[in-house]
Design a protein. Structure first.
Length: 478
C-alpha cells in the first residue's frame, strides 16, 4: 500500500516486466482483495437475512402484507437506485472513499434495522443498507482489478469476489438460523453492523485510492433521473394486494417511464454522461448486462423465496431451512472458487451462458418438492442451481469490468449489478404472486412453486441463448 495515501490512476496494461511484482505490490493486492471480499460478503449476508424468519419479523414489527414484502425487497431498492451513481462517483472521485463510505452506511443501516421498533424504521434501515451496499459492490471488483498486477491475478481476484458473494448468501441465513436458537433476531443485525464498521476501518487503513485515468465531473441530472426511474420501478414491482386498486401504481409507473425517457435524453446531451449509451452497442457489454438482469430475475428472485416455501410445504424450522439452503449457496461458493482453475481458458460470456442453463436445470428439479416428501428431494435441484450460480457469479463480474468503456470499470460493475438487482426485485414479487396462484396450504404452495420454477427455467434458457448469440458477435464490439 502507498504509505502516503497518494491517488493512483488507471494506467496501461501491465508489461512483461510487471509479470513478477515485488513483495509490497503482492501484499497490497492481498489486502485489497481481503477488504473487497469481506465487504461483499457482509452485503450478501444482509441481503437474505429476513427471508428465514419473515413471519416472526412481520409479527414483531407489525408489518402488513405489503410491508412484509418490503422487509425483504427494501435492500434491493437501495441497491437499484444507487449502483449507477456509486460506480460513476467511484471512477471519478475515488474508489477507496466510496467503498469505505458505503461500509459505514451498511453498518448504520444494519444497526437501525436491528434496533427498529416498527416496520417503517426496519425498512428504512434496509434501504440504507442497500445504498451502502451499492457503493461497496460498485467499487469492490474495480479495487481488486486495480490492485492485481497481472491478468492471472485479476482473474483469481474476480473468482474470489464471486465466491464471497455466494458465501454471503450462504452465511446470512445460517447466522439467522443459529441466532434463532440462541437469542432474539435483533442480535444478528447488531453483530453484522459491528463487522461492517470494522471493514470500513480496514478499508480506510489498507486501501490505496484509485480512480479513472481521466476524471469526469459527476453527471448530477443523469444520477437523479436514474434514481427516479429505477426507484419508481422497483417500488412499483414491490406493490401487493390493495395497493394495486389505488392511484399509486399509476403514479409510480408514470414516474418510472418519464424518468427513463428523460434519462436517455439527458445522457445523449451530456458531454460526460453517467452511462455512455454507446456502450450498449458493444455486444459483450450488452451480453453482460442482459445476463445479469436475467440471473437476478430467474434465479435470485426465485431462490430468495424458496426458504419460505420450504417452511410452508415441509414445515421446516429456521435453522433446518438455512442448512438446506446451503446446498445452493454453499455449492455456489465452491464452484466460484474452482472455476478459474477448471475453466480459466473459456470465454466468460460462454461460461455465463452455461451457468444460466445449469440454473434452469436446477430450478426444474425443484418440481420434486411436495407435501409429505422427504426434504432430500430438494437437494438435487438446489445443488445444480448452485453450480449455475457459482459459475455465473465471477464471470458476470469479470465480463462487466472487461467490457466496460475504457477507464470506467466501476461503472461497468455498477451497471451489471443494477441489472441484477432490478431483475431480482422484479422476480421476487412475481414469484410470490405465482406461488399464490397454486392455492392455500402446503399443497397449493407446492403447486404454485412448480409454476414459478418452470417459468423461471424457460426464461433462463432463453437468456442463455441470448447471451451466446451476443457473444458470437464479438467483432461488432470493436
Amino acid at each position: 500500500m502507498n504509505p502516503t495515501g497518494d491517488v493512483v490512476s488507471e494506467t496501461a496494461p501491465p508489461t512483461a516486466a510487471a509479470a513478477a511484482p515485488p513483495a509490497p505490490a503482492r501484499a497490497e493486492a492481498v489486502r485489497a482483495l481481503a477488504v473487497a471480499c469481506l465487504g461483499t460478503l457482509l452485503i450478501m449476508m444482509c441481503y437474505p437475512m429476513p427471508m428465514l424468519n419473515l413471519a416472526e419479523l412481520a409479527g414483531d414489527l407489525g408489518a402488513g402484507p405489503s410491508a412484509t414484502t418490503w422487509l425483504i425487497s427494501a435492500i434491493s431498492l437501495g441497491l437499484g437506485v444507487a449502483l449507477l451513481p456509486a460506480g460513476s462517483l467511484a471512477d471519478n472521485r475515488g474508489r477507496k472513499a466510496v467503498f469505505t463510505g458505503g461500509m459505514a452506511l451498511v453498518a448504520a443501516g444494519t444497526l437501525a434495522a436491528g434496533l427498529a421498533a416498527g416496520a417503517g424504521v426496519f425498512i428504512a434501515g434496509r434501504v440504507v443498507q442497500g445504498v451502502g451496499g451499492a457503493a461497496v459492490l460498485a467499487t469492490a471488483l474495480a479495487i481488486v482489478a486495480h490492485a492485481s498486477p497481472t491478468p492471472r491475478e485479476r482473474v483469481r481476484g474476480a473468482a474470489a469476489w464471486g465466491a464471497a458473494m455466494s458465501c454471503g448468501l450462504a452465511l446470512g441465513p445460517l447466522v439467522v438460523g443459529v441466532n434463532d436458537l440462541l437469542g432474539p433476531w435483533r442480535a444478528a443485525y447488531v453483530v453484522i453492523a459491528l463487522a461492517a464498521a470494522v471493514v470500513a476501518v480496514l478499508g480506510a487503513v489498507w486501501l490505496t485510492e484509485s480512480r479513472a485515468a481521466r476524471p469526469r465531473p459527476l453527471d448530477v441530472p443523469g444520477a437523479v433521473l436514474a434514481m427516479v426511474a429505477t426507484g419508481a420501478l422497483m417500488a412499483l414491482l414491490s406493490l401487493r394486494g390493495a395497493s394495486w386498486s389505488s392511484a399509486l401504481p399509476v403514479v409510480l409507473g408514470v414516474a418510472s417511464v418519464a424518468g427513463a425517457v428523460l434519462f436517455v435524453v439527458a445522457e445523449r446531451r451530456s458531454p460526460d454522461p453517467l452511462l455512455p449509451l454507446e456502450a450498449f452497442r458493444r455486444p459483450p457489454f450488452l451480453a453482460s448486462v442482459s445476463a445479469a438482469g436475467i440471473t437476478g430475475f430467474a434465479s435470485v428472485g426465485l431462490l430468495s423465496y424458496t426458504p419460505a416455501v420450504l417452511q410452508g410445504v415441509l414445515g421446516m424450522g429456521v435453522l433446518e431451512t438455512a442448512l438446506y439452503f446451503l446446498a445452493w449457496s454453499g455449492t455456489s461458493a465452491v464452484v466460484a472458487v474452482a472455476t478459474p482453475r477448471l475453466l480459466g481458458g473459456v470465454a466468460p460470456a460462454r461460461q455465463v451462458a452455461v451457468s444460466l442453463v445449469m440454473s434452469a436445470v436446477g430450478q426444474g428439479l425443484l418440481v420434486l418438492l411436495a407435501p409429505g416428501a422427504s426434504p432430500l428431494w430438494v437437494l438435487p435441484g438446489l445443488v445444480v442451481a448452485g453450480i449455475g450460480t457459482g459459475l455465473g457469479g465471477p464471470n458476470l463480474g469479470r465480463l462487466a469490468v472487461e467490457t466496460a468503456p475504457e477507464g470506467r470499470s466501476a461503472l461497468g460493475s455498477g451497471v451489471s449489478n443494477t441489472a441484477r438487482y432490478l431483475g431480482s426485485t422484479a422476480g421476487l414479487p412475481l414469484t410470490i404472486v405465482v406461488v399464490g396462484l397454486g392455492g392455500a396450504g402446503p399443497v397449493g404452495m407446492a403447486a404454485g412453486l412448480h409454476y414459478a420454477v418452470l417459468g423461471s427455467a424457460v426464461l433462463a434458457v432463453a437468456g442463455a441463448a441470448l447471451v451466446a448469440g451476443l457473444a458470437g458477435r464479438r467483432a461488432a464490439a470493436v
